[in-house]
Ligand binder design. Structure first.
Ligand code: 5MM
Length: 340
């Protein structure tokens, strides 16, 4: 495989009506997800689940790229073809999660720092040889009574910027993902405040590290009320707060912003994405990079059985299509009832 340029990767990832599938669950996360459907997490079960996702016919109409976990990048599909090549054959670009997960930040018991910078330059070189076109690093910011602290936000921003610089050096488009978690009873206003401070800190660090903004993508959460907030903001409020926050924090030079789903139900994530993307007059392309909100229905149907593959693929295709239409502001809830 000849490696594409960062410009062509960005163009392909941000193609009209398409978004990114996040299938980069680390071993502990996929184990948790499989436990919910009573499937043991083994190298083979993970391989066959992900092969099922990637070989969904017509998925490339709505999915431009897939973020893989290290193990998957090295696995082969049943026909003996490596997973990154399988994706390319299916019309999608392979990407790779390069962080090594979030751990407790020393002296800040309730906050996390993402690790994985040691040896990253060498790993990136190998990932490129294995066919990855883009990379992702996720930082986790928690909202609580006295958190996030500036120390946590700045430490994570610094790590994101160092990751992005190294990734661009390797010719791989970095997806910079500072995720503000939905957990908690905070209001949408508090989420907006924390997301704004976080994004401003991230872009200050990216500037200091001379990261080329035109050659990266931002992956961020929507601005939402906390999961346990008594008064949840409705869809138009979420769209308004999200756009306002992004306009105040993300430079126009960034070509695209892709949203994570963060534990929202699949339909809620699509409805909100649709409302956000209907807002015109923004300087970036807006799209999605969902994990759970794309995979959840397919995983529930699959349950580890080859007999369920066709139905599970149909469910994934449906969610991808709904989100692809949402990127154009053309999703309607009737698409759900027409499907069931
Ligand atoms: C798919 O999950 C990704 C990996 O998470 P872990 O390192 O915790 O296993 C995660 O980074 C994901 O890409 C984002 O959180 C977006 O996924 P959701 O499910 O929030 O859309």
């Amino acid at each position: 495989m000849t490696a594409p340029t960062m410009e062509s990767t960005i163009g392909a990832l941000l193609a009209a009506r398409k978004g990114i599938l996040a299938a980069d669950e680390s071993l502990p996360t996929i184990k948790k997800r499989f436990a919910d459907i009573n499937v043991p997490s083994t190298e083979e079960s993970r391989r066959s689940y992900r092969e099922m996702l990637f070989t969904t016919r017509g998925l490339d109409e709505f999915i431009s790229g897939v973020i893989l976990f290290d193990e998957t990048l090295r696995q082969k599909a049943k026909d003996g073809v490596l997973m990154p090549e399988t994706l390319v054959e299916q019309g999608m670009l392979p990407g790779i999660k390069v962080d090594k997960g979030a751990v407790v930040l020393a002296n800040f018991a309730d906050e996390k720092i993402t690790q994985g910078l040691d040896g990253l330059r060498e790993r990136l070189k190998e990932y490129r040889e294995l066919g990855a076109c883009f990379t992702k690093w996720r930082a986790v910011i928690t909202i609580g009574e006295h958190i996030p602290t500036r120390t946590c936000i700045e430490a994570n921003a610094e790590a994101l910027a160092m990751f992005a610089g190294l990734s661009q050096e390797a010719g791989l488009v970095p997806i910079v993902e500072p995720e503000v978690l939905m957990d908690g009873n905070h209001s949408i206003g508090r989420c907006e405040e924390v997301t704004t401070v976080t994004l401003n800190s991230v872009f200050a660090a990216l500037f200091e590290h001379r990261v080329v903004l035109e050659q990266m993508l931002l992956k961020t959460g929507m601005v939402l009320s906390g999961k346990d907030c008594a008064q949840k903001a409705d869809v138009p409020e979420v769209a308004e707060a999200t756009i306002l926050c992004l306009l105040r924090s993300v430079p126009a030079a960034v070509p695209g912003i892709v949203f994570l789903s963060g534990g929202q139900s699949d339909e809620a994530a699509t409805q909100r994405l649709n409302a956000i993307c209907r807002v015109s007059d923004v300087p970036w392309r807006l799209s999605f990079s969902f994990g759970r909100a794309l995979q959840a229905p397919a995983m529930k149907i699959w349950k580890g059985s080859a007999d369920n593959v066709a139905a599970a693929q149909e469910a994934l295709h449906h969610r991808a299509k709904c989100n692809g239409l949402a990127v154009e502001g053309k999703y309607s809830e009737q698409m759900e009832s027409a499907h069931t």
